[in-house]
Design a protein around this ligand. Structure first.
Ligand SMILES: NC(=O)c1ccc[n+]([C@@H]2O[C@H](COP(=O)([O-])OP(=O)(O)OC[C@H]3O[C@@H](n4cnc5c(N)ncnc54)[C@H](OP(=O)(O)O)[C@@H]3O)[C@@H](O)[C@H]2O)c1
Length: 440
């Protein structure tokens, strides 16, 4: 394992003399400790902040290239399945960093080669392609998007082939509101289904959706358990419909508590059939103010919790393992470096599980309009997802009526056009970069 440069300033004060900083994060293996998930993002965060301290007050252009080794998709290859997708939080973290600090271009090269010469040529290839772009003032949105990706790439090399991330809007899952309600398989409907964060907004929507699809026993878990839901009408309605609702206390970032919860469910209700992992908290702040604590508190319930559920249910042969990620992982979102990093981990964990033949889907949710109709943009398109649409997505994910990919983006109407605010937010860093470069 190669350590990152320390952020004490001494090793970075020569940064201004360089155009490219290479950061090898090779063979970043998992460990049994609860902190392994945050080690890498915490160190990357420290390093980015040290770089920002050093170069932001100058106009020195610098590109930082993170080199990882088979730690992210695509196509987990032979031998890789014994590794955790441990570098994956990097993706979400860097997507936010690019938005917040566009002056520093960030590339990520994930390769399967152990040949130093070949690896070096892949990195050089990326650097040649990633020339900072100037004069974009009059460029079209599409040209700006292409330029943005060319300076801020995430790319993987597998067997000499080069893979780029892409957002395929044509692959969006149609949401059939108003169609006949799909039903769960018999075993899914009969067995216990665990919903972590089941007392929260989306957790309760998931519970309602599953009940409408035939679920008979739902275990809702959160730190506060039933205390947070005294006399809850939604739960009472479900119970009135004959659905067994059990609310348990469990801190998903505590391995012993997770182990005990799973054991108690099995011994009381039989083998666990499905898990919906909706636990999570947010601690939003600019990347320059993020620290180990803000990283850890978001990673605990979301990413580490997902890992614990994965490890401790391997013998259960789950029919569904649904992780609640966010479009913050897909697009990045200013102020959410920790949250986007944890969400990216969920996405890669789902891909990695699926590569091993295990049930898995990570849902990149957009904002949900919990109260009333979703707001609309000036073109009359919805900018967030209605509760009914969220329920329908849950049903389609759980009832197997649609082809589901391990990472499923759910985008509101307004995000589905190339000129949508979401795509525009991707362009924002480029606009800022263009302005700064032109003013030099
Ligand atoms: N709502 C959205 O618009 C949206 C969009 C994208 C993604 N998501 C994701 O979807 C998930 C659910 O969102 P939500 O809107 O339902 O959030 P929420 O209403 O704040 O609910 C979060 C749930 O997680 C539980 N929780 C927090 N920390 C926990 C821990 N350490 N152990 C166990 N449970 C814990 C909370 O209960 P306690 O506090 O009692 O533990 C609560 O039940 C989150 O992971 C969120 O990131 C939501």
């Amino acid at each position: 394992m190669l350590r990152l440069m320390s952020g004490d300033g001494n090793s970075l004060d020569v940064l201004r003399e360089y155009d490219v900083l290479l950061v090898p994060l090779l063979n970043w293996e998992s460990s049994a400790s609860g902190t392994f998930l945050t080690e890498l993002p915490n160190e990357v965060l420290d390093m980015l902040n040290a770089i920002y301290d050093e170069v932001l007050d100058t106009k020195h252009p610098i590109r930082v290239v993170f080199v990882t080794s088979c730690s992210i998709g695509p196509n987990y290859t032979e031998g890789v399945t014994s590794l955790v997708p441990s570098a994956s939080p990097l993706l979400g973290l860097l997507r936010v960093a690019r938005m917040e600090v566009p002056q520093v271009a960030l590339l990520c090269v994930d390769s399967d080669t152990y040949d130093a010469t070949e690896l070096a040529s892949q990195v050089v290839n990326e650097l040649e392609k990633a020339t900072p772009v100037t004069g974009m003032k009059k460029a079209s949105p599409i040209e700006k998007a292409m330029a943005f990706y060319s300076t801020n790439r995430e790319v993987a090399y597998r067997g000499g082939r080069r893979y780029l991330q892409k957002l395929d809007l044509s692959a969006r899952m149609p949401i059939y509101i108003g169609r006949a309600c799909p039903v769960l398989t018999q075993t899914l409907a009969a067995g216990p289904i665990l919903i972590t964060g089941g007392t929260g907004g989306l957790g309760l929507i998931a519970a309602q959706a599953l009940a409408e699809s035939g679920a008979k026993l739902l275990i809702l878990a959160s730190r506060s358990g039933a205390e947070s839901l005294p006399n809850n009408k939604k739960l009472q309605d479900l119970r009135d419909q004959g659905v067994g609702i059990v609310v348990e206390k469990c801190d998903l970032s505590d391995e012993e508590q997770v182990f005990d919860l799973l054991g108690n469910i099995r011994s009381t209700y039989g083998s666990i059939r499905a898990i919906i992992h909706a636990s999570g908290v947010q601690d939003n702040k600019p990347i320059l103010y993020q620290d180990d604590d803000s990283m850890d508190c978001v990673f605990g319930p979301k990413a580490f919790g997902a890992w614990l559920l994965h490890v401790h249910t391997l013998e259960d042969h789950l029919e569904a393992f649904v992780l609640f990620s966010s479009v913050a992982s897909l697009f990045g979102f200013p102020g959410q470096a920790n949250y986007a990093a944890a969400s990216s981990y969920l996405d890669e964990l789902a891909l990695w599980r699926a590569a091993q033949g295990l049930a898995a889907v990570s849902v990149q949710w957009p904002a949900i309009a919990f109260k009333g109709e979703p707001p609309k943009n000036k073109d009359g398109m919805q900018t967030s997802l209605s509760v009914d649409a969220a329920k329908q997505v849950m049903k389609q994910l759980m009832c197997g009526t649609e082809a589901i990919t391990p990472v499923q983006a759910v985008l509101p109407e307004a995000s589905l056009t190339p000129t949508s605010p979401t795509v525009a937010s991707l362009l924002q860093p480029l606009t800022a970069l263009g302005k700064k470069t032109q003013s030099q």
